[in-house]
Design a protein around this ligand. Structure first.
Ligand code: AMP
Length: 447
């Protein structure tokens, strides 16, 4: 047996705890849980208004679903999956949620319930990336999938919905980058042309781009290196491989967005790292985030995914995925006021055992009636309880001891203006006392 003391355990690098209070970990500020709930609620409110309903899928998925769905040659599948085996089943901690949502859609025949399913999710994803600011191993995504419509209006609505979520949170200054990848035919031909063009330049490419040239050449277009950019500028353009119908479709999308006052920049290099996209591709960036991790959200049309994961026919779909942590980083950089925990409406300061007993019963009745109540549970002194009420920002305080119990009356103090009223010591009276705006009374005059 080891004689050394057990080390204090820490969370795994690239993962973090969401605590009641904001905290910081690995150079990143982590918002408190109340702020998470506030943001999640705002997101859900916008989804409601668009008629988008929530779907919750498992964290564990079959590895093959992700490998097939996301694409065998993608970074996610080649390097970033947390995958393991148990018995003869291969599991993966989901690295994204689009393939799982499509799996659920097909598995449960959701097309039979509605011709277009508008679905959203919020939850953790896992990727074995090198942890850095804005890039973690466990992170959270929210996203939307419109499944069952091939119309360009669906693409526009998904984009507008995404923008409206950031607006609802006070982030109106994001940059929408837009591109068309064309239909199924465009990408393979473009890929070949790109490889043919880049091969003679291989000696000038970074190690990672050389690897991508063999594995997933389209990813090279994502490069941030100025030298590589300059080379690519001379190379083939995806748009030249895109059929005319796709170009017209793209024009229509731009018209639809323009008609709603949505600003965008066209980016011929935007291809996104995932294999399943066709036609529309987009990303939302914010200058509030650091360079390489400045993407808040990204998405596009993925009409090929359903067939990739076993559907007999193609299922048209369009959606986006967005990072929660990056959203919080942007909100923090914008100095947005995020909600903290709601303060107690009433703090009951108890003096003595009888009062404690009375407070247990009454606080429960009040809580059942919807009032946020705090009562001391550690047997602290009256002074310490008052200090705690102040620290918690309690809106009102009532002090209850033997005398108050005997008379059935106590004083309810409004902490904002130090006014006091007499209050009957029962849950009903306390509830209305707390709810009513208390009169401003000079405490000296009431003595
Ligand atoms: P993707 O599925 O890679 O397009 O990611 C969609 C969004 O999720 C990105 O725009 C980021 O906001 C976020 N995201 C992706 N990977 C990570 C990560 N490792 N850590 C934090 N956020 C991430």
């Amino acid at each position: 047996m080891s004689s050394s003391r057990t080390e204090l355990f820490r969370s795994i690098k690239g993962t973090f705890d969401i605590l009641p209070e904001p905290s910081s970990s690995d150079d990143t500020l982590i918002a408190g849980s109340a702020a998470w709930r506030f943001v999640e609620r705002k997101i859900a409110d916008v989804m409601d208004r668009y008629g988008v309903r929530e779907i919750r899928t498992p964290i564990l998925e079959p590895t093959a679903l992700i490998a097939r769905g996301v694409g065998e040659s993608t970074d996610i599948v080649t390097k970033e999956m947390f995958a393991f085996e148990r018995g003869d089943t291969q599991y993966v901690l989901r690295p994204e949620v689009t393939a799982p949502v499509m799996r659920a859609y097909l598995q449960h025949h959701l097309d039979q319930q509605r011709s277009v399913q508008k679905l959203f999710y919020i939850g953790p994803c896992f990727r074995a990336e090198r942890p850095q600011k804005g890039r973690y191993r466990q992170f959270h995504q929210f996203g939307v999938e419109y499944i069952g419509s091939s119309g360009v209006v669906a693409d526009a609505e998904v984009i507008v919905l995404m923008i409206d979520i950031y607006r609802a949170l006070g982030l109106s200054d994001c940059r929408l980058r837009l591109n068309t990848l064309g239909d199924e035919s465009a990408r393979p031909a473009f890929k070949d042309a790109l490889v043919d063009f880049l091969r003679p330049h291989a000696s000038k490419l970074s190690e990672i781009s050389v690897r991508r040239l063999a594995e997933n050449p389209l990813r090279i277009l994502d490069t941030k290196s100025a030298e590589e950019r300059a080379i690519l500028d001379e190379g083939p353009r995806l748009i030249d491989f895109v059929p005319v119908e796709s170009r017209e479709r793209f024009d229509r999308l731009k018209d639809l967005l323009g008609g709603q006052g949505i600003m965008f920049v066209e980016d011929p290099f935007l291809v996104r790292g995932l294999d399943y996209y066709t036609e529309t591709a987009f990303e939302l960036e914010s200058d509030l985030l650091d360079g390489a991790q400045n993407a808040l959200a990204g998405g596009g049309r993925y009409d090929l995914l359903a067939r990739e994961i076993g559907a007999k026919t193609a299922v048209p779909a369009v959606g986006f995925a967005a990072g929660m942590e990056r959203l919080f980083l942007a909100l923090h950089a914008a100095s947005s006021a995020l909600q903290s925990d709601a303060a107690p409406e009433l703090y009951i300061v108890v003096l003595g055992e009888k009062a404690q007993e009375w407070a247990s019963v009454t606080s429960r009745a009040l809580r059942q009636a919807g009032v946020r109540v705090e009562v001391d549970i550690s047997g602290r002194s009256a002074k310490a309880q008052m200090r705690e009420a102040n620290r918690l920002g309690a809106l009102s305080v009532v002090v209850v001891g033997d005398d108050e119990l005997q008379s059935g009356v106590a004083r309810l103090r409004d902490m904002a203006n130090a006014g006091e009223i007499e209050i009957r010591l029962d849950a009903e009276a306390l509830k209305s006392g707390v709810a009513s705006s208390l009169p401003v009374v000079d405490p000296e005059a009431t003595r």
